[in-house]
Ligand binder design. Structure first.
Ligand code: ARG
Ligand code: ZN
Length: 858
C-alpha cells in the first residue's frame, strides 16, 4: 500500500545475516488452493556477523505451526515476515505454512500457469513460499520432497527418489533461495545427453506441454552449443547429472537460471520454422545460453545483495553476447547490441529513471532489472576486457571463480581479481558502476600539415541524485584513414581518462610510412562501439560518405551510413531542405557490394527508429514532433523505393528463398535483407510482392514480414484474417498477430486498434506475453502512442492500472513507457504528466508501480 510510505533500502546499510543456514529440507503437498509447505532449516550463529533479531521474510503465508528443536514456538508475525526468540546456538527450525498457488496472479513465488505448478523466486519470491532469510548472501544446500498426483515433479539438483505421488530432489550446491525452483504438472520431455570435458554424463531435458514436443530441437541444440562454448572459452563445466529446462506460458521475464532447473517463458523455448521467426531463433539461442552461463556467473558465484545485480547480469549478458558473436556474425551482433544500447539504455540514462549500473538505493528491487543493469553492465565488462586484453581477461576470470566459488560477493571483489592479475589501479574505472548517465565525448581535430591533434572533452550530465560526475575511463578504439581510402595504421585503443585530453598523431610520418603523399588523415573513432558514450563530433556529409565507403571497421562503416540517414530524417522532420543524394548513393554502393554480408546490408538499409530520432532531435536542442518524424520516415522510404527500385527488386529476388529453411546466420541474414527490401518495395508496388510472399511463405519469418509490409501501407486486412484462422490455436503466433497490428497501425488509429484488440476473446490479458503484445506494442508505436489526441496515453494508463493489482511487476515495467515525457512539447508534457499523476493518485497502487511513477515525476 502506497500510503504506508514504502521503505527505501540502501547499499550502505548492508549487514550480514546473524545466522548461517547449514541445510534446508522442504516438503510440498501440492494443491491449487491449499498447498502445504513444511520447512526444516538448520541454523547456527554466524561468527562473522553482529547481533540482530532472528527475522525471517514471509509474505502472504498462513502459518500453521512453528517449532524450534521440536518445541512449538509462537513467532511474532508482520506483513513482511516474522521474528522469534531463538537459542544462542545451533538449532532446527520447523514451520508449516499454507499457500494458494492458483490465486497467485503476480507470478512470483509458487503459481500456476495453464494447470502447471511453477515458481519464480528471483528476486524476492521465495518469501511467498515459506519463512526464510530471503537474501542472496544466505546460501545452503536444499533437499526437496514433492507430494502430488501430477505426472511430472521437478526441483533443483539430482533426483534421489521417486514413487507413486512423490519425488525427492537433492541439490548439493549451496545456493541462495532465489535459485530455488519447483515444477509439477502434465509435461512431456524432449531429451538429449551431454558429456562434459571431464567425462560427466548429463541428462538434458526440455519440458513442455503435450503437443509442443516438436518445437524443442532448437533449444536443445542451443543448450549443447552453450555447454561446449563455456568449456572452450572459459573452462567452465556443468556440475550436476541433470539439466532441465521448463517452458511456461505465464512468465513476467524472459527466463530464470534456477540451479539445474531453468524455467523459461515459452516464447524463448518453442520454435519451428512455421511458427518462429529468424529473430526468435536467435533470441532463443542467446537466452538458453544466458541462463546456462549463469550456472557459473550467478549460481556458483552469486551476489552478496541485490545492489550487486550487475555482477551476475552484466557479466552474463556479456558472455551471451560473446557466444552469439562466435555462433553468428561478430560485426552484426556488435551493431545490434549498440542499437539496443542507444535506443533503450541511453533513453533510460537520459531520463528520470536513470540509475547507476550498481544502484545505491531501491524501493522495489524488481524495478531494477533494467537495461542499465543488464546492457550497460555488459558494456562495462566489455570495456574492462578491452582495457586489459584477452589474456589478462581470462586470467582474471579464472582467479575470480577460484577465489569466490560458493560465495556471495560484490563488484569490489570482482574488480579486485582483475586488479590483482594486472597490477592495474581500477578505482577510476569503478566509476562506471557508480555514476549514472551517458558520458558525452566531444572531439575536435586540428591539422597543421604534419600533426593531427585530437582534443577530447568528456562530460556526464546530471542524473537523479547525482549532480556532479568525475571523468571516466573511456577506451576509445580508433583508426586513421588516408584520403585515398586506405588505413594508415592498425586500429588502436586510447584511454581517455581526463575531463579534457589531447592526443597527437604524426600524420605526415604515417603517410610516409605507407608510401602515400602527406595529407590530412580522416579519423575513424569509437570503432566497434568501444564505449557506451555519445560521440559528439562535427562530421560533414562528405566525411560520412567517405567512411561508409572505406572504413574497414564494420561498426563504423554502418555508423557512417546511419549518420547519413539521421541527417536526412532530422532535416525532413524539422522542415529543413536537404539533399538525400549522398544517402541514396551510399545505399546503392552498399547494396551492390558483393563482398558485404547480407545481414550487414539489412542493417544499413534500416532507418533509425522514430524513438531514436526523437531522442536525437532532443539531444540537438529541438523539440521532437512525433507526427513529423513519422511522416519524414514514411516519405524517405517511398523516396528510397523510387530511387533504388530495380536494385531493391533484384536484392529481394536474390535473397528471399535461400533454400530449405535453416535458422543459421547466413540464411537469416539473407531473409532479413530480402524482407528489408520488401518493406521498401511495397511503397511503390502497392503491396503486390508482399501479398505474393504472404501467399507462398512456408516459414514465419517471411510470412510475418510480408504481413507487416502490407499493414504498413494500410493493406493486409484479408491476410490478417487468413493468419488468424490458421494460427488461432497457437499462443505464441497469436501474440505476433496481436502485436503486429498495433505496431503497424497508422498514428491516428493506433489507440483504436489496440482498444479493439483488448475486446478480442483471445485477449487473455493476465498472461504477460499477451498483455505486452497489445498494450506494450502501443508504446512501441511511437507516433501512435504520442498522437496529439492523447487517446493512447489514456488507454495505456487504464490498462496499467487494471493490471497493477493483478501483476504489479509487469504493470510497473509497462509504466516506464512514459519515461521520455520531458522530451516533448508543453501540451504533450502536460498530458503525460497528468496521466502519470492519475496513476500515482490511484488508491492501493502497488509499491512497484508507485516507485516508478514517483521517480518519473521526479
Ligand atoms: N535472472 C533472470 C535472468 O536474467 C531474470 C530474472 C528476472 N526477475 C525479475 N524479478 N525481474 O536471466
Ligand atoms: Zn540473467
Amino acid at each position: 500500500m502506497k500510503d504506508a510510505a514504502p521503505q527505501t533500502i540502501h547499499l550502505k546499510d548492508y549487514a550480514p545475516f546473524p545466522w548461517i543456514v547449514d541445510r534446508v529440507d522442504l516438503t510440498f503437498r501440492l494443491s491449487p488452493t491449499t498447498t502445504r509447505v513444511l520447512a526444516r532449516v538448520a541454523y547456527r550463529p554466524n561468527p562473522e556477523a553482529g547481533d540482530g533479531p532472528f527475522f525471517l521474510h514471509g509474505e502472504d503465508l498462513r502459518l500453521i505451526s512453528a517449532a524450534i528443536d521440536g518445541t512449538p514456538v509462537a513467532p511474532r508475525i508482520t506483513p513482511e515476515g516474522l521474528t522469534c526468540d531463538v537459542p544462542d546456538r545451533a538449532f532446527l527450525w520447523e514451520a508449516e505454512v499454507e499457500i494458494a498457488p492458483e490465486s497467485n496472479t503476480a507470478l512470483e513465488g509458487l503459481y500456476m500457469s495453464g494447470g502447471i505448478y511453477s515458481t519464480q523466486c528471483e528476486a524476492e519470491g521465495f518469501r511467498k513460499i515459506t519463512y526464510y532469510p530471503d537474501r542472496p548472501d544466505v546460501m545452503a544446500p536444499f533437499r526437496v520432497r514433492i507430494e502430488s498426483a501430477a505426472p511430472v515433479l521437478l526441483s533443483n539438483g539430482n533426483q534421489t527418489g521417486r514413487g507413486d505421488g512423490w519425488a525427492e530432489w537433492d541439490d548439493p550446491w549451496p545456493k541462495p533461495a532465489y535459485l530455488f525452483a519447483l515444477v509439477a504438472g502434465d509435461l512431456v520431455a524432449v531429451r538429449d545427453r551431454f558429456v562434459t570435458r571431464a567425462g560427466r554424463e548429463v541428462d538434458l531435458a526440455i519440458w513442455v506441454r503435450p503437443g509442443d514436443e516438436g518445437k524443442c530441437d532448437w533449444a536443445l541444440t542451443s543448450l549443447k552449443a552453450s555447454m561446449t562454448w563455456d568449456e572452450e572459452t572459459y573452462g567452465r563445466e556443468y556440475d550436476l547429472d541433470i539439466f532441465n529446462i521448463v517452458a511456461v506460458d505465464d512468465f513476467n521475464a524472459g527466463a530464470m537460471e534456477n540451479k539445474g532447473l531453468n524455467i523459461f517463458n515459452s516464447a524463448l523455448v518453442l520454435a519451428s520454422p512455421e511458427t518462429a521467426t529468424d529473430r526468435d531463433y536467435e533470441r532463443i539461442e542467446a537466452v538458453i545460453a544466458h541462463e546456462y552461463f549463469h550456472n557459473w556467473t550467478g549460481n556458483r558465484v552469486t551476489c552478496r545483495d541485490w545492489f550487486q545485480l550487475c555482477l551476475k547480469e552484466g557479466l552474463t549478458v556479456f558472455r551471451d553476447q560473446q557466444f552469439t558473436s562466435d555462433m553468428r556474425s561478430a560485426p552484426v551482433k556488435r551493431i545490434e547490441d549498440a542499437l539496443m544500447m542507444r535506443s533503450r539504455q541511453f533513453r533510460e540514462d537520459g531520463g528520470p529513471l536513470a540509475h547507476p549500473v550498481r544502484p545505491e538505493e531501491f524501493v522495489e528491487i524488481n524495478n531494477f532489472y533494467t537495461t542499465t543493469v543488464y546492457d550497460k553492465g555488459a558494456e562495462v565488462v566489455s570495456m574492462l576486457k578491452r582495457l586489459i586484453g584477452d589474456n589478462a581477461w581470462r586470467a582474471g576470470c579464472d582467479l575470480y571463480f577460484e577465489r569466490h566459488d560458493g560465495q556471495a560477493v560484490t563488484i569490489e571483489d570482482w574488480l579486485r581479481a582483475f586488479a590483482d592479475v594486472t597490477g592495474r589501479d581500477l578505482s577510476q574505472f569503478q566509476r562506471w558502476y557508480s555514476q549514472a548517465g551517458t558520458p558525452r565525448l566531444s572531439v575536435t581535430e586540428a591539422w597543421d600539415g604534419e600533426t593531427l591533434r585530437l582534443t577530447f572533452v568528456q562530460v556526464t550530465p546530471p542524473t537523479p541524485g547525482q549532480p556532479d560526475k568525475g571523468p571516466q575511463v573511456i577506451p576509445l578504439t580508433m583508426g586513421l584513414l588516408h584520403p585515398d581510402g586506405s588505413e594508415l595504421m592498425p586500429s588502436t585503443t586510447i584511454e581517455v581518462t581526463e575531463a579534457t585530453q589531447t592526443v597527437d598523431f604524426d600524420g605526415a610520418a604515417l603517410c610516409a610510412k605507407q608510401g602515400k603523399p602527406v595529407a590530412r588523415p580522416v579519423p575513424s573513432l569509437l570503432r566497434d562501439f568501444s564505449a557506451p558514450v555519445i560521440l559528439d563530433r562535427p562530421l560533414t556529409t562528405e566525411d560520412r560518405a567517405f567512411l561508409l565507403a572505406h572504413d574497414t571497421d564494420p561498426f563504423n562503416r554502418w555508423e557512417a551510413g546511419r549518420g547519413l540517414a539521421r541527417e536526412v530524417l532530422m532535416a525532413r522532420a524539422t522542415g529543413t531542405d536537404f539533399d538525400d543524394a549522398a544517402y541514396l548513393d551510399g545505399l546503392r554502393a552498399v547494396l551492390s557490394d558483393p563482398a558485404l554480408d547480407p545481414a550487414f546490408k539489412a542493417l544499413v538499409l534500416a532507418l533509425p527508429s522514430e524513438d531514436d530520432l526523437a531522442q536525437s532531435l532532443f539531444d540537438a536542442g529541438t523539440t521532437p514532433d512525433p507526427a513529423a518524424i513519422h511522416d519524414a520516415a514514411e516519405i524517405q522510404r517511398r523516396r528510397t523505393a523510387e530511387a533504388l527500385g530495380d536494385l531493391l527488386a533484384e536484392t529481394h529476388a536474390a535473397n528471399a528463398t535461400p533454400g530449405r529453411y535453416c535458422p543459421d546466420a547466413d540464411q537469416a541474414g539473407r531473409r532479413g535483407l530480402a524482407n528489408a527490401t520488401l518493406s521498401l518495395l511495397s511503397r511503390t508496388d502497392d503491396g503486390a510482392r508482399a501479398a505474393a510472399q504472404f501467399a507462398e511463405a512456408d516459414n514465419m519469418t517471411q510470412s510475418l514480414a510480408a504481413l507487416s509490409a502490407l499493414l504498413n501501407i494500410g493493406r493486409g486486412a484479408e491476410e490478417l484474417s487468413t493468419f488468424e484462422a490458421r494460427w488461432s490455436g497457437d499462443r505464441l503466433v497469436m501474440d505476433k498477430w496481436f502485436a503486429l497490428q498495433v505496431m503497424c497501425a497508422a498514428p491516428d488509429k493506433a489507440a483504436d486498434v489496440a482498444r479493439g484488440l483488448t475486446e478480442h476473446p483471445a485477449f487473455t490479458w493476465k498472461t504477460p506475453n499477451r498483455f505486452r503484445a497489445v498494450i506494450g506494442s502501443l508504446a512501441g508505436n511511437a507516433a501512435g502512442f504520442h498522437h496529439a489526441s492523447g487517446a493512447a496515453y489514456t488507454l495505456f494508463a487504464d490498462w496499467v492500472l487494471k493490471l497493477d493489482p493483478i501483476n504489479p511487476q509487469t504493470a510497473a515495467r509497462m509504466s516506464t513507457a512514459f519515461e521520455t515525457w520531458r522530451r516533448y512539447d508543453p501540451a504533450r508534457q502536460e498530458r503525460i504528466r497528468d496521466t502519470i499523476r492519475r496513476i500515482r493518485d490511484t488508491p492501493g497502487l502497488s509499491r512497484d508501480t508507485g516507485e516508478m511513477v514517483e521517480r518519473m515525476l521526479g
